[in-house]
Write a protein that binds this ligand. Structure first.
Ligand code: UDP
Ligand code: MG
Length: 316
């Protein structure tokens, strides 16, 4: 099979008929062998019944239904597991992404050998309150991930080589950072394509302003886990040593100073009357806590089932 189109959807009943018939039209015009995997993320508006109906006329439609709403990442991950096509395209169900982009995305994966091609909604039809923070986030993500050629990490329209989706895991709300996850997994040929972005035709957006706070926290997590997930002690240990060292230096300084004062019969303060004493106390406590956190994290990493799961690309 050439293409699997994976579509996460949550209460998008009005869009589904138009979306699926448009995709089918594009596929048939280009003679692609395809499947459309509609992942119903616990919709309550009759989307699932609609999928059942659409399937009667189009055997290439497959449906997966969650019992409850788990989120876009969960839906994508489940769709990825099911996808059989050589190229996997993801798109949103709300008709904001245009299926007309599919042939070009497919060509770039197959002919130009990209691992992942991400859409870039260069001209967006969203309110300013969304586009400005998005710009800041994309700049931060570019810097932190080293993927300098992407402008729009969170675009719903993306194309992947099959091996990519089978070897990455998207969970929580990490769908915003799939290119970063792919890069950590060793898929580094990542490209971008300007795509048309259309205003939402039916229904309303499923993510509120909380997306920005969650997005920032996820960005921090993804970097921490990517860099130190398998060796947490290298992070916590270093921090702990620095903190402890600060405390030790303070203590030594206080002892030396006091001895000096005693020897030279200079009037001296009580230890507890010195700010340095409290700094030493706090840094020593924080230092030992960081160490303990490091040890515990190390134990967690050690018993993680994927501690020895690596991306083996080829064996001869
Ligand atoms: N979506 C989902 N589960 C959710 C929230 C959203 O499957 O819990 C789907 C939604 O139906 C749509 C896509 O994710 O197909 C993108 O959502 P939306 O258009 O609301 O996001 P926005 O375009 O505002 O970023
Ligand atoms: Mg949308």
């Amino acid at each position: 099979m050439d293409i699997s189109v994976v579509i996460p959807l949550y209460n998008e009943v009005e869009s589904l008929p138009e979306l699926t018939s448009w995709i089918s039209r594009v596929m048939e015009e280009n003679d692609f062998l395809y499947e459309i995997i509609l992942v119903d993320d616990g919709s309550t508006d009759g989307s699932w019944e609609m999928i059942g109906k659409l399937r009667l006329n189009n055997p290439f439609i497959r449906g997966i239904k969650f019992r409850r709403n788990y989120g876009k990442s969960a839906a994508l991950n489940t769709g990825f597991d099911a996808a059989e096509g050589n190229v996997v395209i993801t798109m949103d169900a709300d008709l904001q992404d245009s299926p007309d982009e599919i042939p070009e995305l497919y060509r770039r994966i197959v002919e130009e050998k990209y691992d992942l091609v991400s859409g870039w909604k260069a001209k967006r039809h969203d309110p300013l309150s969304k586009t400005i923070p998005t710009k800041v986030y994309n700049a931060a993500t570019r810097r932190m991930s080293g993927i300098h050629n992407l402008h729009d990490f969170n675009c719903g329209l993306k194309a992947y080589r099959n091996a990519v989706v089978k070897n990455i895991e998207v969970y929580g709300e990490m769908h915003r950072y799939i290119p970063v996850i792919a890069k950590w997994a060793g898929f580094t040929k990542i490209g971008e394509q300007i795509v048309e972005h259309r205003p939402r035709k039916y229904g309303k957006t499923k993510f509120g302003m909380s997306r920005f706070i969650n997005g920032l926290l996820d960005l921090l997590s993804i970097f921490f886990v990517g860099k130190f997930g398998k060796r947490p002690m290298h992070f916590f240990g270093l921090m702990g040593v620095l903190s402890f060292l600060t405390g030790t230096i303070c203590v030594i300084w206080m002892i030396v100073e006091k001895q000096y004062d005693i020897i030279h019969r200079i009037k001296y303060r009580d230890v507890t009357a010195q700010p340095l004493f409290y700094i030493a106390l706090v840094t020593a406590i924080i230092g030992s806590q960081l160490f303990l956190t490091g040890f515990v994290a190390e134990l967690v990493a050690r018993s993680a089932p994927e501690r020895n799961k690596y991306q083996v690309e080829d064996v001869i």
